[in-house]
Design a binder for this molecule. Structure first.
Ligand SMILES: CC(C)(COP(=O)(O)OP(=O)(O)OC[C@H]1O[C@@H](n2cnc3c(N)ncnc32)[C@H](O)[C@@H]1OP(=O)(O)O)[C@@H](O)C(=O)NCCC(=O)NCCS
Length: 174
């Protein structure tokens, strides 16, 4: 089990968040829908805005896992959907645990913290996510966290001329 502490990220964490996000995109180009080249163009202000709580978007938040010295070693986010008919749904994004901290329960602890926080948000009832098919065991990780696959979109992303399918997964919060 991990000894990291997990808390909500704020605009003050934007530098560490941005650095970890770019590392994740560079190290795992097939795992994420975002790509390093596009995201590295975004200024620090974009990350600060993403981590700024917004009363109009109450289901949006990012969590970070920090080791003792205050080093960010993992993160995960939730982005809500705000049209009235789909307000009860939100999407898990940007799950990443630094390679040197992986395999010790940290990813699961981050997801459990995200689920616990999501359950405090009264309008939220269901979470979804997508994972690149066959990429690094991430689908098995999400299954261990309680998500179930409900479909596959073939040719969902294209990287260096190759196309990859995305498995769509969901979890009921209550
Ligand atoms: C996927 C990732 C978040 C997992 O984080 P982690 O801290 O290594 O995972 P944990 O140690 O918390 O593992 C939790 C459970 O998932 C399982 N699991 C984790 N990685 C797995 C893998 N590659 N294959 C099979 N099972 C895996 C563990 O065995 C564990 O099972 P348990 O509940 O029975 O003990 C991490 O490896 C990562 O960041 N990978 C690169 C980026 C990525 O793929 N992100 C997802 C984008 S959709």
């Amino acid at each position: 089990m991990t000894q990291a502490s997990i808390r909500l990220l704020t605009p003050a964490d934007a530098g560490a968040y941005r650095a970890m996000r770019l590392r994740a995109l560079r190290e795992h180009p097939l795992a994420f829908t975002s790509c390093f080249d596009e995201e590295s163009q975004r200024p620090l202000a974009w990350s600060q805005a993403r981590l700024q709580p917004d009363p109009l978007r109450p289901h949006d938040f990012f969590l970070g896992a920090f080791h003792n010295a205050g080093t960010l070693v993992g993160m995960v986010g939730l982005l809500g959907r705000y049209r009235r008919k789909e307000l009860h749904n939100a999407t898990v994004v940007g799950m990443y645990v630094a390679t040197e901290a992986a395999g010790r329960g940290l990813g699961k602890a981050l997801m459990q913290a995200l689920l616990a926080h999501a359950r405090t948000l009264p309008a939220l009832e269901q979470l979804d996510l997508t994972v690149t098919q066959g990429e690094g065991g991430a689908q098995a990780f999400y299954e261990r966290c309680g998500f179930a696959a409900f479909g596959v979109l073939t040719d969902a992303i294209r990287v260096d001329g190759h196309h990859y399918a995305k498995v769509h997964m969901a979890l009921r919060l209550r």
